[in-house]
Ligand binder design. Structure first.
Ligand SMILES: [Zn+2]
Length: 192
């Protein structure tokens, strides 16, 4: 997907902010993607997810078409649901319990199911990897990962095809090395 047009969508709806932010991963950054500002607009999500679903199908063989979308809550729920609606399959989500992501509510990930993992933002990949682990632990098969924003550094790799709406140049720092902290700029915690 063309990164430019995806970023334009975020800008159009004020969903990318400049400042000094603590990300969910604990890293600091000068940019924050407030995906909820896109997700509050079903018509925008329909368009975005239509393009993401096409991008997924371009990256996998037709026989691998997903039967289930699995997302980590809360950020991935709306994205996963809309992707599943477009792809004609089910959507379930994982929830945090005791610091890890688990499947609740009698949701099922069945043995052998072809799974698309969906998440709002990937930075270090922790939540996506936990989600993949829950899928593979049930002998289901991850076929691809779809995210709204891919802000991985070069050292973060995944063993699955990844599609995104925006590929952001990551400007992230460990808190101890953050130049914005050094300049005394107040820190925002938009994800909490
Ligand atoms: Zn900082």
């Amino acid at each position: 997907m063309a990164g430019g047009s995806g970023l334009e969508l975020f800008e159009k709806y004020g969903a990318v902010r400049a400042g000094h932010f603590e990300l969910r991963s604990g890293l600091h950054s000068d940019r924050y993607f407030q995906c909820a500002l896109l997700m509050q607009r079903p018509q925008v999500m329909e368009e975005i997810c239509g393009r993401l679903a096409e991008a997924v199908m371009e990256r996998i063989v037709p026989e691998d078409r997903p039967q289930l979308v699995v997302s980590p809550a809360i950020g991935g729920i709306i994205l996963g649901y809309e992707l599943a609606r477009i792809m004609g399959c089910r959507a379930v989500f994982l929830e945090k319990e005791g610091g890890r992501l688990v499947l609740r509510r009698a949701f099922e990930i069945r043995e052998g199911e072809r799974v698309l993992v969906a998440e709002d933002v990937i930075t270090r990949g922790g939540r996506v990897r936990q989600t993949i682990a829950q899928v593979t632990a049930r002998c289901a098969r991850v076929v691809a990962v779809a995210v709204l924003v891919d802000r991985r550094g070069g050292d973060v790799t995944l063993d699955y095809p990844l599609v995104s709406v925006v590929r952001a140049v990551p400007k992230v720092w460990d808190a101890a090395q953050c130049p914005l902290c050094e300049r005394g700029i107040p820190l925002e915690h938009p994800g909490s």
